[in-house]
Design a protein around this ligand. Sequence first.
Ligand SMILES: C[S@@+](CC[C@H](N)C(=O)[O-])C[C@H]1O[C@@H](n2cnc3c(N)ncnc32)[C@H](O)[C@@H]1O
Length: 396
Amino acid sequence: MSYLPISLNIEGKKIVIIGGGRVALQKVKNLISFTKNITVVSPEIKEGLYYFDITIIQSEYSSSYIKDAFMVYACTNDISVNNTISDDTDRLNILCNRTDRPDKSDFISSAVALDSKFRVAVNSTDRDKRSTIKLRNRIKGLLKKLELYRDKRNDNRGKVFLVGFGPGNPELMTIKADDLCHEADIIFYDDLLDCTSLDKYSAEKVYVGKRRGNHHKNQDEINEVLYLAARQNKMVVRLKGGDPLIFGRGSEEKMYLEERGIIAEIIPGITSAIAAASCSGIPLTHRGVSSSVAFGTAHGKSSYKLLESDTSVYYMGAKNILDVAKKYLDSGYPKDYPVAIVHNASMPDQEVIKTNISELLQDKFEIKSPIISIFGNTVNYKNIVTENRCKSCNKC
Ligand SMILES: C[S@@+](CC[C@H](N)C(=O)[O-])C[C@H]1O[C@@H](n2cnc3c(N)ncnc32)[C@H](O)[C@@H]1O
């Protein structure tokens, strides 16, 4: 079978449905918004069919009913009648769809998703109805969203969205972030781990990161390019790794823009600390092990603070991680105080080192940027929970 997906103009053309049951009713529901010229022929007619403005002929099938038809649906539950119908349509050169024999049909019905602008028809090569409907329903959701953005299109012009991209894996972007990127006129992005994930967006893409050679931009320049793009009445997306408001300078950009009369909206993203913990199976809190968590930076040898929390999570620690561990030791933490280092959290090449401060200080691990480091007993929570259980059961 080789079905060509096309759209047929059936306005005013006669469609005949042979059969008067559930399948016929469904066909009428699908067709009625395209044509009113529908005739249903069957000795028994399901009540629901009478609610439609169509022609109903309560009769056994006869080829006289299809003579002037453009398309015929054979949906009786009698194979011999369906065979007769398809023999007749072949002879009369009329397009025929048999619900019992797609392989003997001139056309098949698609699962359709419609809105005021788009008509999307979905067929599968293997007639897998469930996946076809699933895909159609996803498309319906997408159409609804597109319609919403079509209405908002003008409101979003001249506006800057400061959007969290999440930890790097595009699957962890929020739906809102993805929608805005699809709608944007221009996307300013920085050191996202994999910028090929932006290929699917049709917006102009401008790199404004701080890492790439001579072409890097400082913060003042970034603020200014965002401002200028908004002044050109563009819908601007400023994509930032993780969440814009955690070591992301999102608040600086928002202030700069708002002081100049530009609306800047922040769209949260999954921050890398949360992703590193979840993607490596290390809880940030665990009943009986940790009831508080703090986020901090390990950037700048002398400027960062040792966090005081049951679980302490440091960003930007690749260069200083040994120094952080030393500070823990000097502050009286035990040598076996657990530490986890998560490199490229959420990415296919994510690496997790679970160790303790004494081992870390032996400098035997290769630490590659970017990392999130987690200090605290939740790194070893399973051991602690099991140990506590054994102590309280007094049997082992
Ligand atoms: C300038 S901060 C930006 C933080 C970002 N706004 C966030 O919410 O995750 C950059 C630091 O984030 C951390 N980071 C970002 N993505 C990461 C990832 N996928 N794996 C590990 N650390 C990551 C590293 O500590 C890196 O040095």
